[in-house]
Design a protein around this ligand. Structure first.
Ligand SMILES: [Cu+2]
Length: 68
C-alpha cells in the first residue's frame, strides 16, 4: 500500500469533500480517501499494483478538483 497526500485549493466545503472522496474512492485499488476542505489536503491510501497515482489525480481532476 502507498499513502500519498495531495493538495487541491479548489475544495471549499463538505460538498467538495464528498465529490473528491467519491471520485477517488470509486477507483479499484483505492482503499481510503480522506479530503479536508479546510487544510485542502487529500490523503489517499491505494494499492500501487492496482491503480496509479496519475489515475487517482485524473479522477479527482475530472470531478472538478485538480490536485497536486
Ligand atoms: Cu464545495
Amino acid at each position: 500500500m502507498e499513502e500519498v497526500v495531495l493538495n487541491s485549493s479548489k475544495m471549499s466545503c463538505g460538498h467538495c469533500k464528498m465529490a473528491v472522496e467519491n471520485a477517488a474512492g470509486a477507483l479499484a485499488g483505492v482503499s481510503s480517501v480522506s479530503a479536508d476542505p479546510e487544510s485542502k489536503r487529500i490523503e489517499v491510501t491505494y494499492d500501487e499494483n492496482m491503480v496509479s497515482l496519475d489515475a487517482i489525480k485524473k479522477a479527482i481532476a475530472e470531478a472538478g478538483y485538480p490536485a497536486e
